[in-house]
Design a binder for this molecule. Sequence first.
Ligand SMILES: CCCCCCCCCCCCCCCCCCCC(=O)SCCNC(=O)CCNC(=O)[C@H](O)C(C)(C)COP(=O)(O)OP(=O)(O)OC[C@H]1O[C@@H](n2cnc3c(N)ncnc32)[C@H](O)[C@@H]1OP(=O)(O)O
Ligand code: NDP
Length: 515
Amino acid sequence: MSMIADFYGGKSILITGATGFLGKVLMEKLFRTSPDLRVIYILVRPKAGQTLQQRVFQILNSKLFEKVKEVCPNVHEKIRAISADLNQNDFAISKEDMQELLSYTNIIFHCAATVRFDDHLRHAVQLNVTATQQLLLMASQMPNLEAFIHISTAFSNCNLKHIDEVIYPCPVEPKKIIDSMEWLDDAIIDEITPKLIGDRPNTYTYTKALGEMVVQQESGKLNIAIIRPSIVGATWQEPFPGWVDNINGPTGLIVAAGKGFLRSIRATPMAVADLIPADIVVNLTLAVGWYTAVHRPKSTLIYHCTSGNLNPCNWGKMGIQVLATFEKIPLERAFRRPKAEFTTNNVTTQYWNAVSHRAPAMIYDFYLRLTGRKPRMTKLMNRLLRTLSMLEYFINRSWEWSTYNTEMLMSKLSPEDQRVFNFDVRQLNWLEYIENYVLGVKKYLLKEDMAGIPEAKQHLRRLRNIHYLFNTALFLIAWRLLIARSQVARNVWFFIVSFCYKFLSYFRASSTLKV
Ligand SMILES: CCCCCCCCCCCCCCCCCCCC(=O)SCCNC(=O)CCNC(=O)[C@H](O)C(C)(C)COP(=O)(O)OP(=O)(O)OC[C@H]1O[C@@H](n2cnc3c(N)ncnc32)[C@H](O)[C@@H]1OP(=O)(O)O
Ligand SMILES: NC(=O)C1=CN([C@@H]2O[C@H](COP(=O)(O)OP(=O)(O)OC[C@H]3O[C@@H](n4cnc5c(N)ncnc54)[C@H](OP(=O)(O)O)[C@@H]3O)[C@@H](O)[C@H]2O)C=CC1
């Protein structure tokens, strides 16, 4: 009998960010392991012309929820979508909905955030700091609340090398930042942003750190815990391996590599790739929810959900395995054959960007123009290079995260809970995981049919032949131009030709003698 699954039975659970990558995996696991929970409230905003109901319908009808429907056939009745926008005052929740939330909620999982690295500071503060503050205020008015679980990131203190499970204060108080965002205009905010974020690489990591400070300062009498996952990747085991449905983190680069757009990357092969599968994050989150509510630790505990110190993998190993998987299971309609160079300095990066990224894009655009079509590859390549430059910070450094609280929690679980809510990353086999991740990208994100693999392989063979042909033509043209201009090149050419001629004549003569 799982104590954790049992604990969530009959509970009313509020999830923010339930339509996001992690939120969906969290909901799925809750319904699958505790089908007798009372209700899951999700705060959803209408989006892209879809109503709330359409959004929920789409989630519940996705492949991710197939198993849930078997164990919890009335899942539609147990999910209650509440119209809310976390950027608005009181989240723009109606009075009736607010009343219901305040009266019934037992557990809150706060997953919503902007995860964009380039978000304007005003927007990132609004969502990652102010909204967290507002949610805590709401939580403090909930008489039946047992635990508030805040999802942060292991990179909220990425300006440090060794990170403990503690909150590191930022120099400027979050309250001051929140206030100033209300009256400063965009131009001034742009000017002060680099000073505020200091040695962090972007507004995302900075505002997530401020969010943690808010949680600590506003916790009052609430039972709170913070979870800090590192780079969340596709699922490892549950509900099935390889599930992923957005391009954040490594996923986008895996697609770009498989489609042949990404051919070189400025990354340190030996740097630790601190990936953590989404289902491990979710299992830890649910275990933390249970522990925080039942054991009520005296202070706010922080749990690192990372892999590096227990079962490290590095970017080099990951890159090799990604490419090895694409050899066996290629993506459809690739632009070029998957291949990748790891570069570590500016000069080689610029060289490979010019040769492997910009030049092929320009040639392809020239071909599109010649055939009367609109050029698009250079624009796409520029966006990829911009994305790469934003991710570079994370693939050229290693961090050490201590995991005492996470390990302590594991030791408190019964053997059954350790099995059902497994967050022991030591059991993960990286090569197998990465292969399933790549397969998942193909199947669940790109929705490519496995039956198309022979055609995809055929396409890659064609690309290889075009590549050989192109290189030979390029060599001949270059050589011809060189011969026309340089006496030395001509001499070398005649020397090679006469040498080959003599060699062939000797070979022919000796074979005639043998006969
Ligand atoms: C050489 C062989 C390689 C084999 C693979 C090796 C893999 C190495 C992977 C290393 C990845 C390391 C990632 C580290 C991340 C650490 C993060 C810390 C963890 C967290 O706490 S938060 C979650 C992470 N958040 C994100 O990942 C968000 C990052 N994205 C952004 O901030 C924005 O998307 C970005 C990059 C600023 C671009 O914005 P913008 O141009 O305005 O527009 P879009 O967002 O609409 O996207 C434009 C364009 O870029 C493509 N895109 C977006 N993200 C990625 C990505 N991660 N990888 C590749 N491509 C990406 C997107 O598809 C769009 O393409 P179009 O064709 O539509 O133009
Ligand atoms: N992915 C990763 O690698 C990591 C993520 N994390 C943290 O995990 C959490 C979840 O991340 P992830 O699932 O990847 O992120 P996603 O971008 O996939 O999901 C973000 C969620 O927040 C919601 N949201 C954003 N803005 C609003 C708004 N104004 N009102 C209501 N809802 C809003 C989104 O809703 P909508 O669907 O409407 O856009 C979505 O449900 C975040 O707190 C993130 O910081 C931490 C470490 C790594």
